[in-house]
Structure formats: C-alpha cells, structure tokens
Design a protein around this ligand. Structure first.
Ligand SMILES: C[S@@+](CC[C@H](N)C(=O)[O-])C[C@H]1O[C@@H](n2cnc3c(N)ncnc32)[C@H](O)[C@@H]1O
Length: 320
C-alpha cells in the first residue's frame, strides 16, 4: 500500500510539477499497489509521454545540428577583455557565495553552510575516483603520476582529495576570493601540499609548473569559447611526457552561438553565471596542438537534454 507523500513525490519527479488536485493523489494512491505500478501508471500518462518525446526530439536536433557559429579565435586585446570579464564575475561570486557558486544548491548558501560543510567537501572524493578509474582503464598507473595541476580549484572541494592522492597539487583559479576560501578551508583540514595560484592572465598561465597530471571539472564551461581554448591549451601544455589530463567541458548546446564582440557588448554586461561550450573539433585540435593523444572521451553525467558534456582523458605523447 502506497502513502500519499510517496505518490506526490513520484508525480513531482516524473511530471516536473505538483499533482493538480488531491483527488488525483487519492486515486493514484488507491489504484496502485506498489511503486512499480505507480511508475507504470504515471509513465503512461499523455503528459509524461509528451515530455519524453520533447527530450528525445532535442537529442535528435542536437545530432542534426549544423556546424555552430562559435568564434574560438579572437585578437589578443579581445581575449584579455574576455579573461577580465570571467575574473570579475567569479571574484564577485567568491566574495558573496563561494560554496554555492561551486555547487548551486541552497544547502551551500552562506546561511545554511555550517550544517552542510562536511558534506560539501566530502562530495569531491568521487570526482578523484573517476579520474583514477579513467586513468587505470587506459592501463596507466594513477599512483605514478605524482603531482597534479587542477584548473578551477574553486574553494578546494576536489583539491582536498587530489592533495590526498598526489604528492603535490597546484590549485589554479582565476578568482582570488575562491583561492582565499580554499586556502583557509584546506589549511583547517591540515592539508599542506598545495600551491595555490591565481591565473587571470596569459602570463600567469605560462608560469604554471609542469605536472604529471592535469584535472578540471565544472570550470571550463563558465568561460567563453576563446578563453576555454586558451586555458585548455596552456594547461595541457604543462603536462610532462607520459602525463595524464582528465577534464570535463560541454561540447554542444542546442542553438548556442558565440560572437566575442556581441558578447562583450551584451551578455557580459550582466555579470551573471554563464554556460558556454567548445565544439568537439576544437577540443580535439587543442589536444593535438598540445602534444597529447586522446585515451577516452565519454559523455558524462553533466549532460542535459539540450547540452552534451564530455569528459576527456588524454596523455602527453613522449612518455615511457
Ligand atoms: C563551479 S566552480 C568549480 C570549482 C571546482 N572545480 C569544483 O568542482 O569544486 C568554477 C571555478 O572555476 C573558476 N574559473 C572559472 N573560469 C576560470 C578560468 N578561465 N580559469 C581558471 N579558473 C576559472 C572559478 O573562479 C571557480 O572557482
């Protein structure tokens, strides 16, 4: 026998809204003996079928989409303006809601944080596990990589676990305010093998040290395509021969286009959290230009009906 709360919750999850009235909830509760029956009943409703059809057709539209109008190469002056824009947006987030800006869940707003801080930092462990599994799937010993450059270290959520897996970690971020929180939080956890670096310019990116590993997740997507391409190339360029890079970024968004000058004059003035993508051909070209080869490219769990997100695992050519 099902209870009304379960029925209400299942309805909300599958339909994306509250049931229209109590009679409907009562009918479903009485009419279904168990969760399986409830699921079948809800999934056969025309409203659910329509939603399913809509998300399948978005997938088909992504597959059928023409070459996107995404500007990936811009003049140095424009690139500087784009970098400056990303720096301003993220520094401001770091000054107001640093943890929420990393995982946008209400539990991580400053007002709710103290009860949820441990859970926030614990969540980074599985990210490093995925890095380990992908490396080992490719037949490479993860423990032999020694040191790791993390791009977009944020408030240290994953950095904490990278620091436990590697002898030394470089935590690079464009935002000084995120770096300050990360340093404070990880020092409080007695983690001392991290070198935090602010990377808000080409010069700072060029000054990053060489490493045996490169890692980045939910970071590149917040930079316009020319910045994504630049930062990715610089970071992959810091891998030692034989070193492994593991990074996530969206490669396709339905109806997405990017024109740098229009962006600077329009969307950039809002200083909000943005989501961009870098088309796969450009990602592969950047990997190649950085002297790396692809070990694995998978569609990851950050994909949405209107967006494809990929995680790439690559290796710098020339190692043993
Ligand atoms: C959503 S948070 C993710 C932080 C961390 N990767 C995690 O998963 O916990 C994105 C971080 O990337 C940083 N960031 C955004 N664009 C960047 C860029 N172009 N270069 C370096 N850091 C960047 C932001 O300042 C922010 O700290």
């Amino acid at each position: 026998m099902l209870d009304t709360e379960t029925v209400r919750l299942a309805y909300h999850v599958l339909m994306g809204r509250e049931p229209a009235n109590e009679r409907l909830v009562a009918n479903l509760t009485r009419g279904c003996d168990d969760i399986r029956q409830l699921r079948n009943r809800l999934m056969s409703l025309p409203e659910f079928q329509q939603k399913l059809g809509a998300s399948i057709s978005i997938g088909v539209r992504l597959q059928q989409a023409p070459k996107p109008a995404v500007e990936v190469e811009v003049a140095p002056g424009i690139l500087e303006q784009l970098l400056e824009h990303v720096e301003t947006v993220w520094r401001r987030f770091g000054e107001t809601e640093p943890h929420w800006s990393v995982l946008t869940n209400q539990r991580y707003l400053q007002d709710n944080l103290s009860a949820n801080l441990d859970e926030f930092y614990a969540s980074g462990e599985k990210d490093v596990q995925r890095f380990r599994w992908a490396t080992e799937r490719a037949g490479i010993a993860f423990d032999g990589l020694r040191d790791c450059l993390e791009l977009g270290s944020g408030v240290g959520r994953v950095t904490l676990w990278l620091a436990r897996a590697f002898e030394r970690v470089v935590g690079a971020d464009i935002s000084a305010s995120h770096l300050a929180v990360a340093e404070r939080e990880l020092t409080a956890r007695d983690i001392r093998n991290i070198d935090f670096r602010r990377v808000a310019s080409v010069t700072a990116l060029d000054a990053l040290p060489q490493c045996g590993a490169f890692y980045s997740v939910i970071t590149l997507q917040h930079s316009p395509p020319p910045v994504m391409r630049l930062v990715l190339e610089k970071a992959l360029g810091r891998l030692r021969p034989g070193g492994v890079g593991h990074f996530q970024l969206p490669t396709q968004i339905l109806e997405y286009s990017f024109d740098a000058e229009a962006f600077l004059a329009g969307q950039a003035t809002e200083k909000a959290m943005e989501h961009h993508c870098l088309p796969q051909p450009t990602v592969f070209e950047t990997i190649e230009r950085s002297g790396c080869r692809v070990l694995e490219c998978v569609q990851d769990t950050l994909s949405r009906p209107n967006k494809i997100s990929n995680t790439f695992t690559v290796q710098k050519v020339g190692g043993a």
